[in-house]
Design a protein around this ligand. Structure first.
Ligand SMILES: [Zn+2]
Length: 270
C-alpha cells in the first residue's frame, strides 16, 4: 500500500513536469474508483493551468486555481508520467493530459480516489479529520506528550491513528519505536517527555530516509511500469520475525495489536 513517503516521492516526481502547464484533457475510463470520478465537473479544470501540487497526509492536491483535484492512491494505485499517446493497460483508469505528457493513474483494486473540491480543500470532510503532519516543525515531543496525556492504549496503534498524526503506517511505527528503543506495548500516556524527545526525531528521520531512498529510484518510479516505487529498505524489525536483531542478535518477535502485526525486539525495546 502506498504510504506517505511513496506519495511524497510521487509528488516530487511529477510536479516539475506538470506545474505551470495547461490540462488539455481528462480521460476517465471508468465511472468510479472508490468514489465517482469527476466526469460532471470536468469543465472546471480542463483547459486550466496547474498552479501547484501539494500533499496532505496521503492525499495529493492539484490546484487549478478554480479548485483542487484531490487524488488518493488507495491500496494499489500509482501515478506516472507517460507520453500522451501510450495505449492504456486494463488498470489505467485515468489520464490527465498535459500537452505531450499524460499523468496516468493505475489502480488495479480501485480503492483510490479522484475528486473535485471547490473552496478551501482543508475544510473538506476528508481533509478536516487529518492529524498532524509528521515532517513539520509543529510535530514536537511536547505536542505529542499533550496528545498522549492519560491514554492507556499502547503506543504503537496510537501512533498509527491518522486522526492524531498522519503518515505513520505499520512499517514506520514499528521501525521508529525500535530506533527509539520503546516497547510497542507501552501505554501511550506513560511515556516520558524525555523518551518522546527521542521518538519524534526518529519518526521524522525514518520517513525522511524512506523519501530519500525513493528519490534515488525516482526515474524508475515514473518511467517504468510503476511497480518499482516501493522502497527496498533495510528494516530493523519490520517483517523480520525470528531473524536476529541487528543490534543485540536476539530474535525479533511478532505480536498482534488491533488487526496489525507488530515487530519488535523485547531486549532492545523497553
Ligand atoms: Zn535487539
Amino acid at each position: 500500500m502506498p504510504e506517505l513517503p511513496e506519495v511524497e516521492v510521487t509528488r516530487r516526481g511529477i510536479a516539475p513536469d506538470l506545474v505551470g502547464r495547461r490540462l488539455a484533457s481528462a480521460d476517465f475510463r471508468v465511472p468510479a474508483l472508490r468514489y465517482p470520478l469527476p466526469h460532471e465537473e470536468r469543465s472546471q479544470f480542463v483547459g486550466r493551468r496547474l498552479v501547484s501540487i501539494t500533499r496532505r497526509g496521503k492525499y495529493l492536491l492539484l490546484d487549478f486555481g478554480s479548485g483542487h483535484l484531490l487524488i488518493h492512491l488507495g491500496m494499489s494505485g500509482s501515478l506516472r508520467l507517460v507520453p500522451a499517446l501510450t495505449p492504456p493497460d486494463k488498470h489505467d483508469h485515468v489520464d490527465l493530459v498535459f500537452g505531450r505528457t499524460a499523468l496516468r493513474l493505475r489502480d488495479p483494486r480501485r480503492f483510490g480516489a479522484m475528486r473535485w473540491i471547490e473552496g478551501d480543500p482543508m475544510q473538506h470532510p476528508l481533509m478536516a479529520v487529518l492529524g498532524m503532519e509528521p515532517l513539520t516543525a509543529d510535530f514536537t515531543a511536547a505536542w505529542l506528550k499533550a496528545q498522549l496525556q492519560g491514554l492507556k492504549a499502547p503506543i504503537k496503534p496510537t501512533l498509527m491513528d491518522g486522526h492524531r498524526l498522519v503518515g505513520v503506517g505499520n512499517i514506520y511505527a514499528s521501525e521508529s519505536l525500535f530506533r527509539a528503543r520503546i516497547d510497542p506495548r507501552t501505554p501511550a500516556g506513560k511515556i516520558s517527555l524525555q523518551r518522546l524527545e527521542r521518538l519524534v526525531p526518529v519518526i521524522k528521520a525514518t520517513l525522511t530516509a524512506a523519501i530519500e531512498a525513493g528519490g534515488s529510484s525516482l526515474r524508475d518510479f515514473i518511467q517504468s511500469d510503476g511497480s518499482s516505487g516501493y522502497f527496498q529498505q533495510q528494516y530493523f524489525v519490520y517483517g523480520r520475525t525470528g531473524k536476529p536483531c541487528r543490534v543485540c542478535g536476539r530474535p525479533i518477535r511478532e505480536l498482534r495489536q488491533g488487526q496489525r502485526a507488530t515487530f519488535h525486539c523485547p531486549h532492545c525495546q523497553r
